[in-house]
Design a binder for this molecule. Structure first.
Ligand code: NAP
Length: 295
């Protein structure tokens, strides 16, 4: 999934910050093959997770839930040549109508990209592919009544997009977001789901009536504990969403999975055992999956 087919990136002139003052040693990025976007804000949730927003080119269209390759130019080598750019797939966390593009990332200390990306500041530039892709989209699912968005860690990112898209609430009566993390502090965006969305002037009514947010923690005490697989097996996933069912109904339930490979595999097996079929853009089905991308 790595896109290393970048054209040459050239240093051109000294960088300027948003006020037009010269900044230290950051030359503008130039790319023949990728969009060059400006970082608008950065939020560090913990020493493991951060989010950031970048400018959105007017020509960049995407469907809520899609991902795009983003990254940084290669670092200069000792011999003066430029290293290869490093790009990774990131789910777009903003909904398709948003003016800016938001991303939710893990920080990997020795990760080739995130070790550098976690240091970005407003005004910095990053590379972004011209086209988004992905299967965590409504188009890859058959019509249904309830949409379960199940994610671990940064696998929440596509749900931040999908669950903030009004079209999703037209398509489904109920939208259930389950976010499973190790520790309570890892529950990034909890405040947004529990406070901001239900109180939002435009979105509030939809969120209050149709959206259930179910955070769950596995490695310390919390009001809801256990892996998503445990919550499915015990029926708590359904009960906590106010549903009377105790398992998935292939006729009415649609599921999207994103996060750790192990979780995706385990839940996909459970879904198949309950009679649900995986879908794709070309052949919509009952559930879709994509691993959360770590770099
Ligand atoms: P992760 O290790 O995959 O864990 C995320 C959540 O998914 C955990 O609650 C985990 O439960 C659960 N999970 C794992 N395998 C599962 C399966 N087969 N079925 C259902 N649920 C499953 O991902 P992450 O937390 O994003 O971490 C990625 C890396 O970042 C880690 O290797 C770690 O080094 C680092 N990290 C550390 C912390 C921390 O120390 N607080 C926080 C975030 C990230 P279990 O706890 O039961 O495994």
């Amino acid at each position: 999934m790595n896109d290393m087919s970048m054209g040459a990136l050239n240093d051109v002139a000294p960088a300027q910050n948003t006020e037009g003052q010269a900044t230290e040693a950051k030359a503008p990025i130039v790319s023949a093959t990728h969009n060059v976007e400006t970082v608008l804000w950065v939020k560090h949730w913990t020493d493991q997770y951060f989010s950031f927003g970048i400018t959105r080119p007017a020509s960049f269209r995407f469907r809520s839930g899609e991902f795009v390759m983003i990254g940084l130019p290669g670092e200069a080598k000792e011999d003066g040549t430029q290293g290869k750019p490093i790009l990774r797939a990131y789910s777009i966390a903003s909904p398709s109508y948003a003016e800016e593009l938001e991303f939710f990332s893990i920080k990997v200390a020795d990760g080739p990209l995130t070790s550098r990306l976690q240091k970005i500041q407003p005004g910095d530039q990053i590379l972004m592919a011209k086209k988004p892709v992905g299967t965590l989209v409504l188009d890859a699912l058959l019509p249904g009544k309830r949409l379960f968005l199940l994610g671990t860690g940064t696998g929440l990112a596509p749900w931040l997009s999908v669950a903030r898209d009004p079209d999703v609430y037209d398509a489904f009566e109920k939208v259930i977001v389950a976010h499973c993390v190790r520790e309570v502090r890892d529950l990034a965006y909890r405040e947004m789901f529990e406070h901001d969305l239900p109180n939002d002037e435009l979105f509030g009514e939809l969120a209050r009536e149709q959206l259930s947010y179910l955070p769950t923690v596995t490695r310390e005490p919390f009001t809801r504990q256990g892996r998503i697989t445990d919550l499915i097996q015990s029926g708590r996933l359904f009960a906590d969403a106010g549903l009377s069912q105790i398992k998935f109904d292939p006729a009415e339930d649609r599921i999207m999975l994103c996060g750790s490979m192990a979780m995706i595999k385990d839940v996909a097996h459970m879904l198949e055992a309950q009679g649900l079929k995986e879908g794709s853009n070309s052949e919509p089905g009952d559930f879709v999956l994509e691993r959360a991308f770590v770099g």
